[in-house]
Write a protein that binds this ligand. Structure first.
Ligand code: DER
Length: 234
């Protein structure tokens, strides 16, 4: 089984939570893509009806439109029944790091409005502590004086050996989110300690829009694990 097949297994399992008539938060990323595809299939087969999707990115909006999933937004549907989305890291308390795909603001708005948020991952995303894997902890910032904001973020987590870097796109220009903002990625050498204190501290920096720490938001995490049976010749 490839990693993508594991992602697909987790995604299809999550879609079993979907019932006709639901308002659904549609996640972003390579794992959530499988869930959105599956929802489109079930709608086309008539096994699901009367679904409204609230996309968490322009990319997911395009995918859902191409599948014929009826779409709306938070203004029209402020209460969402169920969101299905991936994550970059999951700790044992179901706290998440998200945003390496750059959609963290709309994801956090949508998933914060859900009664149930099912997070879907392959086992490579499981960590003991958030931010400790040495991979990026994304923070969405306004483009205005982003360097000033990045230095404030770096100093905030100095004790964790933080290095703040502006995320660039494939052409070496600053990556721009669906909301016209930049992303500063924080690379930490030690875990963040109290996550809520860390998260709140970033949001007190005026140029910060949102961070990629999704604390106490996932109600369920589905992990696709490859179990290899070792048969020893006797
Ligand atoms: O950017 C995001 O928040 C994505 O959901 C990301 O966290 C998971 O993306 P993946 O399913 O492609 O690994």
């Amino acid at each position: 089984l490839t990693q993508d097949e594991l992602k697909k297994i987790a995604a299809y399992k999550a879609v079993e939570f979907v019932e006709s008539g639901m308002v659904l938060g549609l996640g972003t990323g390579s794992t959530a893509k499988h869930a959105v595809d599956r929802i489109g299939d079930l709608l086309r087969q008539g096994k699901l009806t009367n679904i409204v999707g609230i996309p968490t990115s322009k990319k997911t909006e395009e995918q859902a439109l191409s599948l014929g999933i009826p779409l709306s937004d938070l203004d029209s549907h402020p209460a969402i029944d169920l969101a299905i989305d991936g994550a970059d890291e999951v700790d044992p308390h179901l706290n998440l790091v998200k945003g390496r795909g750059g959609s963290l603001l709309r994801e956090k708005m949508v998933e914060g409005a859900c009664k149930k948020f099912v997070c879907i991952v392959d086992e490579s995303k499981l960590v003991k502590h958030l931010g400790g894997s040495g991979l990026a902890l994304p923070v969405e910032v306004v483009p205005f004086c982003w360097k000033f904001t990045a230095i404030k973020l770096q100093n905030l987590f100095e004790r964790s050996g933080c290095v703040a870097k502006l995320r660039n796109d494939c052409e070496g220009k600053p990556f721009v989110t669906d909301n016209g903002n930049y992303v500063v990625d924080l690379y930490l050498k030690k875990d963040l300690g109290d996550l809520q204190i860390a998260s709140d501290a970033t949001l007190r920096i005026a140029g910060v829009v949102e961070n990629g720490m999704f604390l106490d938001m996932a109600t369920t995490v589905i992990v696709a694990v490859l179990v290899l049976d070792y048969f020893f010749g006797i």
